[in-house]
Design a protein around this ligand. Structure first.
Ligand code: NAD
Ligand code: UDP
Length: 318
């Protein structure tokens, strides 16, 4: 198949490119390298069935791209780390989510492609229901600093379902919960990469708030597997489907585990909690189990070991 991956040089996108090239598909990776990097797909650049298109997803797809008829689109383009999508990047983040979704849905409509949206657990905001089921409609602050991401992704979901109802586009929507692994950018700002890098350098571990907030962490390999299963699920099953690992940990648990696993001399320090930071989050993955026959295989301990090994090498600490 001809497969287009937007956000393909990012953390998740680069694993997806690799996996689909491994399955002998022809892959077009479209990215503006805002938080991604061409080096993440370096090993694929010489493959004749792989093309990197340096481009902003906000720009409409035009003939100059010379794309063949596309069979599948994975729409991942969007910064995912709060420090990368907030502040000066906020307006652009909403444009990326909303205009990017429209551009990709139009392409899917023109080519009759199946299109998968990388949505997020953030659409539940500060959840009042725990764990979160897909039927929960969320509790988002529409004017807060996270809204550019949360509301941008909510609007993208709404567009996906309108293209499904009005234009019969074959859509798939997954709501991804915190996912981590090798190839996260060390300066990305998300908690797993921050803590591992800080611990390996024996620097203070920056815990925001009292560290009692929870997250559920999924290892990248598990996530890529279920994204591909969802893309290839029977036509008419659009989701949304929660995907993530339901194991729930406090941020302090994560800090302590990371220090222990790296034999670090780091101390845990407390920093102000960012605005609208969700207090707790854990996916109900019954739907993914039932419809996609999937459940995560890699527990946090094992995934952290693999991720620590990657960062040791990346930072030259082997
Ligand atoms: P990432 O920041 O590593 O990847 C995002 C990619 O999108 C980067 O390569 C970036 O350069 C690209 N991008 C951003 N704006 C763009 C634009 N305007 N045009 C073209 N490319 C653009 O993050 P990730 O963790 O790999 O996330 C990938 C997708 O999955 C995102 O849509 C994110 O919202 C979603 N997601 C990820 C997680 C997670 O925990 N990793 C959780 C929920 C949702
Ligand atoms: N966090 C932290 N220290 C850091 C980075 C993040 O304590 O150096 C906290 C953050 O406040 C949040 C949790 O870890 O409560 C997860 O943050 P992340 O940015 O990874 O993801 P998200 O908030 O989008 O779930």
């Amino acid at each position: 198949m001809n497969i287009l991956i937007t956000g393909g040089t990012g953390f998740l996108g680069s694993f997806l490119c690799e996996r689909l090239i491994g399955e002998n598909h022809t892959v077009f990776c479209l990215d503006n390298n805002y938080t991604g990097a061409s080096e993440n797909v370096q090993s694929l650049l010489s493959r004749k069935n792989f093309s990197f298109i340096e481009r902003d997803v906000v720009e409409p797809i035009s003939d100059d791209l010379r794309l063949p008829k596309i069979d599948q689109i994975y729409n991942l383009a969007c910064p995912a780390s709060p420090p990368q999508y907030q502040g000066k990047a906020a307006i652009k983040t909403t444009k990326t989510s909303v205009i990017g979704a429209i551009n990709m849905l139009e392409l899917a409509k023109k080519d009759g492609a199946t299109i998968l949206q990388a949505s997020t657990s953030e659409i539940y905001g500060e959840p009042l229901e725990h764990p979160q089921k897909e039927s929960y409609r969320g509790n988002v602050n529409p004017i807060g600093v996270r809204a550019c991401y949360d509301e941008g992704k909510r609007c993208a979901e709404s567009l996906f379902f309108d293209y499904y109802r009005e234009e019969s586009v074959d859509i798939k929507v997954v709501r991804i919960f915190n996912t981590y692994g090798p190839r996260m950018n060390p300066r990305d700002g998300r908690v797993v990469s921050n803590f591992i890098v800080q611990a390996l350098k024996n620097e203070d571990i920056t815990t925001y708030g009292d560290g009692k907030q929870t997250r559920s962490f999924c290892y990248v390999d598990d996530l890529i597997e279920v994204m591909i299963r969802m893309m290839n699920s029977p036509k008419g099953f659009a989701g949304p489907v929660n995907i993530g690992n339901p194991g729930e940990f406090t941020i302090l648990d994560l800090a302590q585990k990371t220090i222990a696993k790296t034999n670090s001399k780091s101390k845990i320090v407390f920093r102000p909690l960012p605005s609208d930071d969700p207090t707790q989050r854990k996916p109900d993955i019954s739907l993914a189990r039932e419809k996609l026959g999937w459940s995560p295989q890699i527990a946090l301990d094992e995934g952290l070991d693999k991720t620590i090994a990657y960062f040791k090498q990346k930072l030259g600490l082997n």
